[in-house]
Design a protein around this ligand. Sequence first.
Ligand code: F6R
Length: 251
Amino acid sequence: MRIIIVKDYNELSKKAANIVASQMILKPNSVLGFATGSTPTGTYKELVRIYNEGNISFREIVTFNLDEYYGLDRANVQSYYYYMNENLFSKVDIDYANVHIPDGRAIDIEAECEDYEAGIKKAGGIDLQLLGIGRNGHIGFNEPDVKFEARTHLVELDEDTIKANSRFFSSEEEVPKTAISMGIKTIMHSRRIVLLASGEEKAEIIYSMVKGKITPELPASVLQLHPDVVVILDEKAGAIISKHCNCMTQQ
Ligand code: F6R
């Protein structure tokens, strides 16, 4: 696991976007795994900037998102489909036929999850997966005590996740209680992983993810076993881990 600590959120976003952009330049038909939430919005903004400068194209890029709330359709402003469209897809030359986000309105959930997995396999697997991390250590919506061998599946959201994500809704009651998420096994099969964390509320969980025991109680700890993970932190998220490892610090 390579840990890079940068000064602030701006630098984190630039660093992450540069890694994604270089992947796209090296392999224009890359399969990219995308995350949502607050953390990667700056990265998407930077990617749009790099795109507008004419340095990257999404024409041949294939995407798979980590998760979607169950019960929300694409047009819902809280859906992750809407988020991706707002933050990235509508601003670049992506072919929507290559965009994959679990269907939050699927009636046959099992079939939806199987199709999602089959789609990833057919695309040749994920070249680079972008991740955020929940305060409880979740990646995607794989909450504590998830099975490491899980593939895409329906998950029940943790109380902590519902609380944390209620900031995007008008009340906590409105936050969906379930979601469809790529499983840990799916994430672990990605060739490269870039995990981003910003702010002091992530400092403790980042320390445990890197230095703690590998356990389903902290889903992100499984990343210690992946051969190609880059963790990009701003100074606040890196405040504890920086005292315990040889992190690369970039100003
Ligand atoms: C969302 C996702 C989640 C978030 C995590 C952190 O697609 O995969 O695991 O990355 O909940 O969210 P933020 O970035 O809002 O702190």
